[in-house]
Design a protein around this ligand. Structure first.
Ligand SMILES: Cc1cc2nc3c(=O)[nH]c(=O)nc-3n(C[C@H](O)[C@H](O)[C@H](O)COP(=O)(O)OP(=O)(O)OC[C@H]3O[C@@H](n4cnc5c(N)ncnc54)[C@H](O)[C@@H]3O)c2cc1C
Length: 498
């Protein structure tokens, strides 16, 4: 059996390692192995691992934050498999931080009702996970090819039988696992690396798979913004007591939500955006300088050093922060075993929509999702279930033609920032779609395999955001500010068949 894995983050490498126990495996990655969202993760990975916590409590917290769109089955799979996923990461060599008594140290983050976030190297969890995985990959029997972008999936008689690369090479496989990560780099201001361009969604969509809830893009409330590349200031700082201040130096979150700075991300991000607009400022301030500076340096070494590089000492006073595109809740529709609706095609990690996050992701659940569902997908590959059944119930399926390629990365990102950003209106979304229409004839033009894919994913996000005429979770429509119970349903998109 030959398994092709696309992507080298937590989902991709975990899938490749597990599949190599019973199959020949090829792992393709369009950049360097470490250029992943995984490598950038700071705060940690959530799991109910102590007697004081329980997967069902973790599930309740997750569902509460998901604004009515979590799939309870997927949430249960995520939280029930959490402890096993942590055990596996420990076995793979991830050195999670420990308390003085030797037990795994657990932090609290927004929306978690109890401390359950494991971290490594303080706020360097992603670097530790990525390097442990890359180390194991080097020892494993996996054909690893970097600098190779997948530009299409190979489909024969409705089944995925491999992929085509930007070198025009076809790689045949019995099973293909998409682990292509997020879509933050569709935006000009993002915490993601530039290669996080949502390719997997477009690849799967073009292959006929369903994609779901792509309008839900999470903007991280607090990033040190510097000419587009935004350095993430982890939520864990707010978990430890950092406060947000407006231009006058006053706390504003206490007037917005009972959980103040630890309110759900969309609430904090919108409040920051409104405060910036009110104050005519391009940032608000985040202050943790009231805590002991040695503690802050030790607990957040990555943030401390990263901010210092940009001229800001977090131990000395408030630093300027603003929201940035961060995480994509929507993605390729999968069942709880990572099966898409196309036979032979599986998806895991941020590119998938398992239903575990609903309309808003809880901090530190995404690394867990990548670990849990990549393992489940490989079990499905081994055991042969799939494809996923087409969802029924109260779901509306919309169809779209996959056409066009933006004239440049700059125009695509600027369009997404300007018209499909943290808050949206019908007028803005129509303007974005008009621009996509203008690009419809440019599809032959790009030599970059990812640009046409990114353009399609961006268009899907804009179309889905236009359709959802309500505000829910991370999707904030200024012209439809209320949550509409009629919209408590997923949006599903499929390629229009001629
Ligand atoms: C700054 C930051 C901090 C974060 N902090 C946390 C945190 O503390 N806790 C948490 O749970 N989550 C956090 N997240 C989110 C989390 O890191 C990601 O959701 C998760 O790591 C995604 O893993 P993945 O394996 O799905 O994708 P990634 O790790 O992003 O890997 C995707 C891979 O796919 C490859 N790829 C993409 N397209 C193609 C193509 N066409 N052909 C070939 N290869 C391709 C990319 O090169 C990349 O290697 C954070 C994210 C960021 C950006």
């Amino acid at each position: 059996m030959h398994v092709l894995v696309i992507g080298s983050g937590l989902a991709g490498i975990n899938a490749a390692l597990l599949a190599s126990e019973f199959a020949d495996v090829t792992l393709l990655n369009k950049s360097a192995l470490e250029e992943t969202n995984t490598n950038r993760a700071q705060g940690g990975i959530a799991a109910a691992i102590t007697a004081l916590d329980h997967p069902s409590v973790h599930a309740q917290d997750t569902i509460r934050a998901g604004a009515g769109l979590c799939d309870p089955q997927a949430v249960n799979a995520l939280t029930a498999d959490g402890a096993a996923a942590i055990d596996r990461l420990l076995q793979l060599g991830v050195n999670f931080d420990r308390a003085p008594d030797g037990q795994l140290a657990l932090a609290t983050e927004g929306a978690h009702s109890t401390p359950r976030v494991l971290h490594a190297g303080g706020d360097q969890t992603g670097v530790h996970i990525q390097s442990a995985l890359v180390g194991r990959l080097a020892e494993a029997d996996v054909d690893v090819q970097t600098g190779v972008a997948v530009s299409d999936l190979a489909i024969e008689a409705g089944r995925c039988v491999g992929a085509v690369t930007d070198r025009r090479e076809a790689i045949l496989a019995d099973a293909v696992v998409l682990a292509t990560g997020g879509a933050g780099a569709l935006y000009r201001t993002t915490t993601n690396p530039p290669n996080a361009t949502g390719d997997g969604i477009a690849l799967a969509f073009r292959a006929g798979a369903l994609v779901r809830d792509v309008e839900f893009v999470q903007f991280h409330p607090t990033a040190l913004v510097n000419d587009g590349s935004a350095f993430l200031i982890s939520e864990a700082l707010r978990g430890d007591g950092a406060v947000l201040l407006d231009a006058r130096g006053d706390r504003f979150m206490t007037n917005v939500h009972p959980d103040a700075e630890l309110a759900p991300r969309s609430v904090v991000a919108q409040a920051i955006t409104e405060t910036m607009r009110r104050d005519g400022a391009d940032h608000v301030s985040l202050d943790i300088s009231h805590l002991d500076s040695d503690y802050v340096r030790h607990r957040f070494p990555g943030v401390y050093r990263g901010a210092l590089k940009q001229g800001h000492d977090i131990t000395a006073g408030p630093i300027p922060v603003a929201p940035a595109a961060h995480y994509h809740m929507g993605g390729v529709y999968t069942d709880i075993d990572g099966c898409t609706t196309v036979p032979g095609l599986y998806a895991a990690g941020e590119c998938a929509s398992t239903g575990a996050h609903g309309a808003n992701r809880v901090a530190s659940n995404s690394l867990l999702e990548a670990a849990v569902f990549s393992a489940r997908a490989v079990e499905a590959v081994r055991g042969g279930p799939g494809p996923a059944e087409m969802p029924v119930d109260d779901i509306k399926t919309l169809r779209i033609h996959p056409q066009g390629c933006a004239s440049s990365w700059h125009s695509l990102r600027q369009t997404m920032n300007d018209f499909v950003g943290i808050t949206r209106t019908e007028d803005q979304l129509q303007r974005a779609i008009a621009r996509f229409d203008e690009w419809s004839d440019l599809h032959e033009g790009s030599s970059d395999a990812s640009l046409p894919l990114a353009t399609l994913t961006a268009r899907l996000i804009a179309e889905a955001a236009l359709q959802r005429t309500e505000t829910r979770g991370s999707h904030l429509r200024l012209d439809h500010p209320d949550t509409n119970p009629d919209w408590q349903r997923h949006s599903l998109w499929q390629l229009a068949r001629e």
